[in-house]
Design a protein around this ligand. Sequence first.
Ligand SMILES: [Ca+2]
Ligand SMILES: [Ca+2]
Ligand SMILES: [Ca+2]
Length: 309
Amino acid sequence: MKNRLIKICACLVGTLTVLSCLCVAFTANAAVLPEFTVSDLYQVRPGDTVSVEVNVNENRGYCAGEFLLEYDPSVLTPVSIARGEASSEYFASNTEYGNGQVFFAVISEELMSAEGNVATVIFEVDDNLVVYGGAIELSVNSLVGNISVGYGLNSVRSTVNGGDLYIAKEITVPAEKLGVFADSNGFVLCGTSIDNMIQSDISKNFASLTTKYYSANGTALSAATRLTTLCTIKVTSGSRTNTFVVSVKQDVDGNYKLDGEDAFIAGLVASGMLTEEELGKAQSNAADADGDGDVDQNDFAIMEANGLK
Ligand SMILES: [Ca+2]
Ligand SMILES: [Ca+2]
Ligand SMILES: [Ca+2]
């Protein structure tokens, strides 16, 4: 009986040792997978020339890799590609690899473990474009490691991030130039006054496209209704629809009134009880009453004064 117990214990210790080794190996490996990042482009105008960087981080090293960047050829035209400092001198590329594809490959006799820029591709953006939301997709193929660091000569796994692409022309209404910005969640259309946010004036910017207007809760707005914070605009071109979320300065809650309720929300952000991320871009921009890029006590004070009028 005693012997059997000892055997079971020894067996358990052995299993745990193997498991813990596996865990260490797995963790170590997970931390050093090469991570490739493609530039996000959020503030692009039609006709711009843009630079798309492919960078590598967390790089334990690789000896060769093939890369394919895929883009929408109706929107972007590649102009050139340049090798980056984190690449080897054996660098081959083709900007006309396929319709909507740029190819490049790097190979080295020695392990490439530098972090930084692998390649930069310059694109021209179609200047007739009105609005576009999409992505530039990177695929990493045949990434080859080095046996001396335990990768084996075959495939090295990698991760890819980024590549968001948002393009919009400048949008104007007779009384002002409306700001447009995008982040990973999409477009935000920014105005300073509800009086200027007239649907027919905004539609003129999207002449050849279909434009529909909705309230914050998604019901279609009648044509005469102006837009305020959290209203949405859906702009359709062919099979593609882009959504803009409206942001109007100081109407943080989107109820068409500038009052103490708006100040209250700004106050929650200013005091740290609500973050700008939780509030979202459209409402945060509305809460930044003085337009200096943050939401703090000054913004609260400006909107609190509205409430006392
Ligand atoms: Ca309000
Ligand atoms: Ca501010
Ligand atoms: Ca401030």
